[in-house]
Design a protein. Structure first.
Length: 194
């Protein structure tokens, strides 16, 4: 858990600052190349440190589920990203939305009738699991949406350069990721309770 916490903390804290610096000094496309080094290092560390899991027998891959899910996601993403340009009523966008709907229905039907599904949809019959999934979805949609809008506000409306915009988010990201809010909440709880 500690290593996961380090990764979940380190990226949002340092990422905007490094990304802003790279964008400002080199080119925004370099942000994608910057991840190659840490990715190769993580792969090497995983090979060295993780136990050998090849001995266990893994279930066969659900290729039909993978194909229908891929068609659904790709056609939906293209329709959502191009819909405002080409118009939501254009034949191309309409066909993409029909393909997305049909592949989603087919994916659900396949996953409910396959012995080893790609995603076990029966998990969502558990009310606690479904409620937790919806809450996590809402949380991350609001979190990533607000982060996206804050970056637009700082860079486009306040005219901050990319590095300075990254530095603006550094204190808030550091506090929210360090466990500071939970420690403050526990202190407030201990003071409030006699």
């Amino acid at each position: 858990m500690g290593l996961y916490g380090l990764g979940a903390t380190f990226g949002p804290v340092v990422g905007p600052v490094i990304g802003g610096y790279i964008t400002e000094t080199l080119n925004w496309r370099m942000v994608f190349l910057f991840n190659i080094g840490p990715g190769l290092m993580c792969m090497a560390l995983a090979l060295l440190m993780l136990p050998n899991l090849h001995e266990r027998e893994s279930p066969p891959l659900d290729l039909a589920g993978l194909l229908t899910l891929s068609i659904f996601l790709v056609s939906l993403m293209i329709a959502l990203s191009q819909g405002y340009r080409q118009g939501w009523t254009s034949p191309f966008i309409q066909r993409l939305l029909i393909a997305a709907t049909a592949s989603l229905v087919l994916f659900i039907a396949l996953e409910l009738n396959v012995k080893n599904p790609l995603i076990d949809l029966r998990l969502y019959t558990n009310v606690t699991f479904s409620a937790a999934s919806v809450i996590i979805l809402i949380f991350f949609m609001s979190f990533t949406g607000s982060n996206f809008l804050q970056v637009i506000l700082v860079q486009r409306l306040l005219d901050y350069p990319a590095t300075q915009a990254g530095l603006v988010f550094l204190p808030g990201a550091s506090c929210s990721r360090s466990g500071f809010p939970s420690r403050v909440a526990s202190q407030i709880k201990s003071v409030a309770e006699p």
